[in-house]
Write a new protein. Structure first.
Length: 255
């Protein structure tokens, strides 16, 4: 297993000394947050620092599930451009959100679009030597819209159909109400990466491990049982913690 850091966690004012500190504190790699305005500069800094590179693809303005063909064409174009950029920097994985149905009543027909679009993107990612990872998402508590994938069965069906892997966000999983050990067993060899943070089981707070209800208790053992060797990506709230606080936690706990 490898220890990684999401660059969402360092905010938008990072510099080369921050990347040096990340490397020296024992992180193996970083996951670029594509929605940072400085994301391209962070790619250069990561490469200079000798860190492995992954990518969290943009999603806030890009609904992969949209019924609007023009919006999807633009979304698809941006995602493929990012895959090409990641490949140029030697990156090997990209995390993606599956988008959302505009209303829960449209879930089934929208699922068909999502399946087809993920398959296309997975095949395109493979051409760039990149593994595409579908992240589990928190359900809409009002059931107004439907997020893909916000239940485990749907998630596994999508990754199998699209020949991709899963990014397991354990904070999202807790809010979904699913058991961590059981889900890791269900994913098995389809598990490609883990997003690690803590919360109170109700909200996606992105706390340091142990500062919520200790969601990561037993995690390493569960992963070892599945022979998981991939990235465990610390995705920690940059509006609550500084990079120094995150690194100090890593050094003190020797995780």
């Amino acid at each position: 297993m490898e220890k990684w850091l999401s660059l969402w966690s360092i905010g938008q004012n990072g510099n080369i000394s921050d990347f040096t500190d990340i490397k020296q504190s024992g992180f193996d790699g970083i996951e670029i947050w594509a929605e940072h305005s400085c994301s391209k500069e962070y790619l250069n800094l990561a490469k200079k620092s000798g860190l492995k590179i992954g990518l969290h693809l943009p999603f806030h303005d890009m609904n992969l599930a949209t019924p609007d063909k023009i919006l999807f064409e633009r979304t698809h174009q941006i995602l493929v451009e990012w895959l090409a950029t990641l490949s140029h920097y030697g990156g090997k994985h990209a995390t993606i959100h599956g988008g959302y149905a505009w209303s829960s009543e449209e879930r089934d027909e929208t699922l068909i679009r999502v399946r087809e679009r993920l398959l296309i993107l997975s095949e395109e990612a493979e051409q760039y030597g990149i593994e595409l990872l579908l992240e589990n998402l928190i359900p809409d508590s009002l059931n107004y819209c439907h997020h893909f994938a916000s239940n485990v069965d749907e998630w596994i069906e999508l990754i199998r159909f699209a020949n991709m892997k899963a990014c397991l966000d354990i904070g999202h999983l807790a809010v979904m109400g699913n058991d961590l050990e059981t889900t890791i067993k269900q994913l098995g060899s389809y598990l490609g990466a883990v997003h690690l943070s803590d919360n109170d089981g109700r909200s996606d707070l992105h706390l340091l491990p142990g500062e919520g209800i200790n969601l990561s208790a037993g995690l390493n053992g569960y992963l070892a049982n599945q022979n998981f060797l991939g990235p465990i990506v610390y995705e920690i709230n940059p509006y609550k913690y500084s990079l120094k606080e995150i690194i100090n936690y890593i050094l003190m706990t020797k995780v």
